[in-house]
Design a protein around this ligand. Structure first.
Ligand code: MLT
Length: 263
């Protein structure tokens, strides 16, 4: 089993995708939102690239059962139901609902890797379950940080490094790491005892603080609050429960935690 991480969010070579399992990572905040929403009972999430596409897509579904969520410039989009803070995606808002989500980087990343053999959403919230998902699949893995406007993202790479760390520790068997995976692992070890410090050092973390979303940094740094691994197939993200976990262990933890924007 080889683990690789693509340090820049450019579409990977198609031949690399077709045989690998892909984990998309956007801890601040798209994949944290996706994992949180699904763990809080959202039916499914449809990630789309543009605001226009989101409004068009919503017309295909009955009103009331579908929510529009996401951000531009990290802020809630005019006419949308929800912004892009995971604290908004609580059971009271999302249980049984479909969410059409558009964000600056994260939702586009899913479409860049849609030809992956399997595609999952990873975050600190579900890091252990995602590591088990990778191990259960037992095939080569490509971690895909969604980056920041096409640039390297410190926080996503650190999350990738933690995932690599867990795959090694939980798997207890040899894992081949590419040079980029080794680099992400080393970077994670620098911040493993203080993920929030990493968020505060990162450009996107600083930008979120400036825009009034500092509480999201501490919230998104929570580790293993759910065992759900959302997977992306045919344009839709749904819950996936790791087969090695017992049904009881799959119940979402932290239901109803936190307060969202505008509450
Ligand atoms: C993104 O997809 O770029 C983000 O999640 C941005 C954000 O939440 O501010």
């Amino acid at each position: 089993m080889q683990v690789d991480i693509q340090l820049l969010p450019v579409p990977p070579i198609p031949s690399l995708l077709s045989t690998r399992a892909i984990v998309v990572i956007d801890v601040l905040r798209a994949t944290s939102v996706i994992v949180h929403a699904i763990s809080q009972g959202a039916l499914e999430i449809i990630p789309v690239a543009t605001v226009e596409e989101a409004f068009q897509m919503a017309k295909n579904f009955p009103q009331g059962a579908t929510l529009l969520g996401g951000e531009r410039g990290s802020k809630k989009i005019k006419g949308f139901d929800l912004g892009n803070s995971p604290r908004e995606y609580i059971a009271e808002r999302v249980m049984g609902k479909r969410v059409i989500l558009t964000t600056t980087n994260g939702t586009k990343a899913f479409h860049s890797v849609s030809s992956g053999r399997e595609v999952a959403a990873g975050s600190f919230f579900n890091i252990g379950a995602t590591a088990k998902w990778c191990l259960d699949l037992n095939r080569d893995i490509l971690l895909f940080p969604s980056g920041d406007g096409g640039r390297f993202s410190l926080e996503d790479t650190i999350c990738g490094g933690m995932l690599i760390d867990q795959v090694i520790k939980i798997g207890g068997k040899p894992v081949a790491l590419t040079d980029s995976a080794q680099s992400a692992h080393i970077l994670y070890q620098r911040f493993e005892n203080n993920l929030i410090e990493a968020f505060h050092v990162s450009c996107h973390g600083k930008d979120l603080v400036t825009k009034g979303f500092e509480d999201d940094l501490a919230y998104c740094a929570q580790i293993d609050i759910t065992d759900i691994v959302p997977t992306f197939r045919d344009g839709v993200i749904r819950a996936h429960l790791a087969p090695s976990l017992s049904p009881g262990a799959c119940l979402p933890v932290g239901r109803g935690e936190g307060k969202g924007e505008g509450e």
